[in-house]
Design a protein around this ligand. Structure first.
Ligand code: ATP
Ligand code: MG
Length: 400
């Protein structure tokens, strides 16, 4: 069996709720590794242990577990059964494994200096952590003559963890995304366009434990099939983190045509956005989403000035979450690259917002003027008809 030690990050700080968060985390990990035959995950004294058969691919396991929100870090580890061994025998056994680990590091990475960090999770074990570290360090020096200890700037670190029935030796701590396990923070409805920002916003809310459903607006046939496929591709990438996404799609064209025919041109964008919010709120009600999520960032475009955001929000009662509100585009792009949505986002397809784009959109809209324009439209029936005609695509990964 291969063993992986998984650390829970912020989940570990949740006081009385800790068992709940850890249970949720183990559940999520189990889902992600369900595609690896014979893989298991269990929680034991604040750590999670993932085990896979020897033939399972280590990189694949690391990738899968590393994507689970709530996972702080993962270490492929050697597990040594120490049941019934005396303390001296434990040091011996762990020392041998540590030497083996170091030997392979010398071979593969040409490591010359090291440091041992030891932890005695079982306080009944009679040798204290600093002594364990010293003894294992001595064993390594004896077994690997080319090495020397460097406690300040070592080329590699060997970690030893002595627990009740098992001891562990490992040298890597691979970072996960942290955050909170999915499902610990209800459900949100994300307004998902084909752009760079909204997939990042979706990722960020899911990262805090929120399940996601999505709503997408198109202006078919002004926007193409391929533009719609692109949004589905983005949702598909997101499901590797968020699990299943129910994606509702709404054709905005009838609404846009009414706006263009009846309202001042410079208000088109803000009016369209208000309709988007109204439709989104209806879908949110239907799916039980507690919040609306957008990828807006303050001042990025005309519809994202402080004034415009206030006028947009006044259409809905649900809280509108904008996780990117204070971020620069460069920061957003960095995350998009990291989570793997960027390349798809920059594919050049049209968005419904670019259809009927006014030449000079109003940047400081006044609510009274907007309301006056909307009084020329049958807002409620336009929204109802659009929502009624929504289509649903269920997007998921094989493990969901
Ligand atoms: P993005 O990169 O997310 O498309 P953007 O900078 O292009 O953002 P806008 O087009 O003004 O900004 O959209 C702002 C936000 O409104 C988006 O982040 C998204 O949440 C939502 N939105 C925009 N267009 C659509 C759409 N076609 N379908 C669903 N939501 C949309
Ligand atoms: Mg956009």
């Amino acid at each position: 069996m291969k063993t992986f030690i998984v650390r829970c990050g912020e989940t570990a700080l949740k006081g009385q709720n800790k068992p709940y968060f850890e249970r949720m985390l183990v559940q999520r990990i189990k889902k992600y590794i369900s595609t690896i035959d014979g893989a298991t995950a269990e929680r034991l004294d604040g750590l999670i242990f993932v085990r896979t058969p020897d033939e399972a691919n280590t990189e694949d396991t690391l990738k899968k577990v590393g994507r689970v929100f709530g996972v702080d870090s993962i270490s492929p580890a050697t597990e040594i059964c120490i049941e019934g061994l005396s303390a001296e025998e434990v040091i011996d056994a762990v020392g041998k494994e540590a030497v083996k680990t170091m030997m392979s590091l010398i071979e593969t990475k040409g490591v010359k200096t090291f440091k041992v960090e030891a932890k005695r999770a079982d306080k009944n074990f009679p040798i204290e952590s600093p002594q364990i570290a010293r003894r294992i360090g001595a064993a390594i020096l004896k077994g690997c003559k080319v090495l020397s200890v460097d406690v300040h700037d070592p080329e590699c670190q060997i970690f030893v963890n002595v627990r009740r029935t098992y001891a562990y030796v490992y040298e890597q701590k691979i970072s996960g995304f942290g955050g909170l396990p999915l499902g610990t923070n209800g459900k949100g409805l994300t307004l998902l366009s084909g752009g760079i920002d909204s997939p990042v916003a979706t990722f960020m809310m899911a990262h805090r434990g929120m399940y996601m459903d999505a709503i997408h607006f198109h202006s078919y046939p002004y926007t193409s099939e391929r533009a719609f496929e692109k949004v589905k591709d983005l949702a598909q990438i997101l499901t590797t983190y968020t699990g299943k996404i129910n994606m509702y799609s709404i054709n905005l064209l009838p609404i846009q045509e009414q706006i263009v025919a009846n309202c001042p041109e410079d208000q088109t964008t803000i009016l369209v956005r208000r309709f988007m919010m109204r439709c989104a709120e209806k879908i949110a009600e239907k799916v039980g989403a507690m919040m609306l999520i957008t990828g807006e960032s303050l001042g990025q475009v005309a519809s994202q000035t402080a004034e415009a955001l206030v006028v947009t929000d006044s259409t809905v009662k649900l809280p509108v979450m904008r996780p990117l509100i204070a971020m620069d585009k460069t920061e957003i792009i960095k995350i998009a690259q990291e989570i793997g949505t960027f390349e798809t986002s920059i594919e050049p397809y049209e968005d419904c917002c670019t259809v009927f784009l006014p030449k000079h959109p109003v940047t400081k809209p006044k609510l009274e003027k907007i309301l006056e324009s909307e009084s020329k439209l049958d807002v409620e029936s336009l929204v109802d008809a659009a929502v009624e005609a929504a289509t649903l695509d269920v997007i998921y990964q094989e493990f969901e």
